[in-house]
Design a protein around this ligand. Sequence first.
Ligand SMILES: NC(=O)c1ccc[n+]([C@@H]2O[C@H](COP(=O)([O-])OP(=O)(O)OC[C@H]3O[C@@H](n4cnc5c(N)ncnc54)[C@H](OP(=O)(O)O)[C@@H]3O)[C@@H](O)[C@H]2O)c1
Length: 352
Amino acid sequence: MPVCPRAIVHLTGGHTVQFHHSFGVSAASSSSSDRISLKPRRQNRMFILGVGYVGKFFGRQLINDGWVVSGTCKNANKVKELDNEGFDISLFDANKPGMSVLSSMNDYSHLLVSIPPVAQIGDLMLQQENILRDMLKGGSLRWLCYLSSTSVYGDCSGELVDEDYPANPSRGTAKLRLDAERGWLDLGKYLGVSTLVFRLGGIYGPGRSAVDTIISKKSMTDSQKMRSSKQYTSRVHVEDICQALMASMSTPQSSRIYNIVDDDPAPREEVFGFAWDMVMKKWPLLQANSSLEITRSHAIGTGSSDEKRVSNARMKRELGVRLVHPSYKSGFQSIVEQIDYIHAVHNSQVKF
Ligand SMILES: NC(=O)c1ccc[n+]([C@@H]2O[C@H](COP(=O)([O-])OP(=O)(O)OC[C@H]3O[C@@H](n4cnc5c(N)ncnc54)[C@H](OP(=O)(O)O)[C@@H]3O)[C@@H](O)[C@H]2O)c1
């Protein structure tokens, strides 16, 4: 169950501002004479830079809750699809950012940044940092969250790492991630808004999981192969990312980093084996397709030695998150339950 915590922020002069689960703001004061005047409440407005897998999932929830949700993607085919779902989407390439999109961001109360850094360059949006500062200063923004990755910790020899553990990325892309985190935290500080960095484990959920890889006979991506031989791989179900985002919007704070991972950093080989058994149990005829075995054997490989167990204690303690899927096992179960037989047959291209 997603949590809907309520935070009460104490202001000088005995004022309090309560942030309710609907993310509206109401004022209360110790007497009517010193009542603080807040502008009439505007509708909550989320802007998502990069409406990808997480952005789409999260945006849908907000739209259901009555938010205005706008954002960007760089793939023209997605614009209409997302518009049909109630998003207001602009085609946007961060290599050549259009000024109209940047200036429109000023009108949003919340900003989620989901565009990953680019090799050799870094965070494309932060290349425009001065413009962003000018555009956003004095605007409506009050919450900013940058989606990062647990890769920033580098190799920690299997130690349990929390957010205070020194980040020491070993790979180039992870170094760029860390730079991007710092850049967005600085920008948020300059703007004076609640600024969060979410260090996400491997993201999975409906349409993106070992279950889907097996059914669709896709081969593993390079980053999946790199993680194959690891003893610990942190991961998190998209539903839990969304509830952590929701909770963070109700818990205003100036600047904070959170690890967003589940409780079970199991090795990829084990995870893949579990998914395989689950799929074969539900759709035994898929076994007939021997090429699926190839997919399974791909799960055993060599690669990155970035070993660490990532702690989610701060997320639970401060954001009050109770994981819907503490382990990939319940996550995969829910994914399999959502896939219908026809879909599995269609995607596997197995002749039944
Ligand atoms: N996948 C994982 O397991 C994992 C783990 C930890 C952290 N992360 C990071 O967490 C964030 C959210 O993950 P996700 O899986 O939701 O990401 P995603 O599906 O790859 O979405 C990324 C979004 O950024 C947009 N984008 C990419 N390059 C762009 C560019 N040059 N200009 C403009 N837009 C650009 C994409 O546009 P299109 O929609 O048009 O493609 C997409 O909307 C990402 O930064 C991701 O790298 C991912």
